[in-house]
Design a protein around this ligand. Structure first.
Ligand SMILES: Nc1ncnc2c1ncn2[C@@H]1O[C@H](COP(=O)(O)OP(=O)(O)OP(=O)(O)O)[C@@H](O)[C@H]1O
Ligand SMILES: [Mg+2]
Length: 159
């Protein structure tokens, strides 16, 4: 499934993220890629909210690379922006975190492409001027994503 969505404001991005969060299951990895300040952390807040994690707990980390939260499912928020090398990622056990039974959301996922599971959910952000963001979502073709597709219809062209 591939969806090309448009967010006009932070609330749109949160709504899209919450809708995706609702359909996530144990073991899912969500790989976030995109421009600086495009809304990746905000998207993590939305996913967290859907999983029952208070949004103020999801912050942009300065040194900590992975933060674990407990909601409806275990939720690990990872930001690899400051990661030096792939080896460092393995040293902190990122591969194990992603293979775990919780939900794992990774900001700057392009830095750890080699470690991403093939069936991960890929979300790519582009800043297209002002508050507008393009958000593309690629997910495995599974019926469980159908409610997400329906709920994000209003963010699709002509939707
Ligand atoms: N449509 C939008 N969707 C998301 N964020 C938006 C939107 N319009 C404006 N913004 C602003 O853009 C910023 C996004 O910040 P956020 O920390 O989520 O980005 P990020 O991609 O995680 O950044 P970084 O690259 O530093 O990790 C916020 O200040 C937010 O208010
Ligand atoms: Mg961020």
């Amino acid at each position: 499934m591939k969806l090309l969505l448009t967010s006009e404001c932070t609330e749109d991005t949160l709504a899209i993220a919450r809708a995706l969060g609702e359909v996530l299951e144990p073991g899912d990895v969500v790989a976030l890629t995109g421009d600086l300040g495009a809304g990746k952390t905000l998207f993590c807040k939305g996913i967290g909210e859907a999983l029952g994690v208070p949004p103020d707990r999801i912050v942009s980390p300065s040194f900590v690379i992975a933060t674990e939260h407990q909601g409806r499912l275990a939720f690990t928020h990872v930001d690899v922006y400051r990661l030096g090398s792939l080896r460092e990622a393995l040293e902190i056990g990122l591969d194990e975190t992603m293979a775990g039974s919780g939900v794992c959301v990774v900001e700057w996922a392009e830095k750890v492409t080699e470690l991403l599971p093939t069936d991960c959910i890929r979300v790519t952000f582009t800043v297209s001027g002002g508050d507008r963001r393009g958000i593309s979502v690629v997910a495995p073709d599974q019926p469980r994503f159908e409610p997400f597709r329906v709920r994000s219809q209003r963010f699709q062209p002509g939707g």
